[in-house]
Write a protein that binds this ligand. Structure first.
Ligand code: PRP
Length: 209
């Protein structure tokens, strides 16, 4: 069996913060900082291997065991419901999942509400729990445009600073759930590489205290 622990990091700004935490916790891999476009890096002495993947793909790599552990946003975990263990809240990448709409929006409960979102499952679960009938319009980005152009009544999307909403005359109508980055593990890896994964988890937990 591969004795290395394979770690999927979300490519981008959040991923760099995540790597810094791993590095400070004693799981450094200096070659990752070299200016090139490589995607896989290892530290043979520590027997760890990092790879950069699209943030929304981390959970797939971990669920299928291509990565033993990884860091994914709670938004992705709620949306795709991957069969993985959630080990730790890293307390970074904080934002919230919210319903937003035009400042003047009032819900008319006699009509089906149209909701534009990248997070169809989260939106469906949320409105289902409220017993509100909705029609979901699945989009892949720039969700804020939908209510402005009349494509939808409201949106379900991530709000971080709120600047995007404000600059488009939209506002948060309801907060669905707070979001942050989570350390996740493949279920089989967690059993077979338990000692090492627990060591990593503990050192990171210490580091973010
Ligand atoms: C996300 C989200 C909002 C924005 C919120 O978009 O979908 O558009 O960030 O951030 P704010 O509250 O700080 O303005 P992202 O940049 O991920 O691009 P997207 O259009 O592909 O969703």
């Amino acid at each position: 069996m591969d004795r290395f622990v394979n770690i999927a990091l979300p490519k981008g700004r959040l991923g760099e913060k995540v790597y810094d935490i791993f590095e400070k916790a004693g799981w450094e891999c200096p070659s990752i900082k070299e200016p090139n476009r490589k995607l896989i890096f290892e530290n043979a002495e520590k027997q760890i291997r990092y790879f950069w993947v699209k943030p929304s793909d981390v959970a797939i790599y971990v669920e299928r065991g291509a990565a033993d552990i990884g860091v994914a946003g709670k938004d992705i975990l709620l949306e795709y419901e991957p069969d993985v263990f959630e080990l730790l809240d890293l307390g970074i990448g904080k934002c919230r999942m919210a319903v937003a709409g035009p400042v003047s929006f009032r819900d008319d409960c006699t009509r089906t509400l149209t909701v534009a979102t990248k997070f169809s499952n989260i939106a469906a679960n949320y409105y289902n729990s409220k017993g509100r009938d909705i029609d979901i319009i699945h989009l892949n980005g720039s969700i804020e445009i939908a209510p402005i152009l009349g494509l939808s009544d409201v949106i379900v999307d991530i709000v971080e600073t709120g600047a995007t909403l404000k600059e488009n005359n939209l506002e948060v109508l309801e907060t669905i759930v707070p979001i942050s980055a989570r350390l996740i593990a493949n279920k089989a890896s967690f059993r077979f590489k338990s000692e090492k994964i627990e060591k990593i988890t503990e050192s990171i937990s210490e580091e973010i205290k």
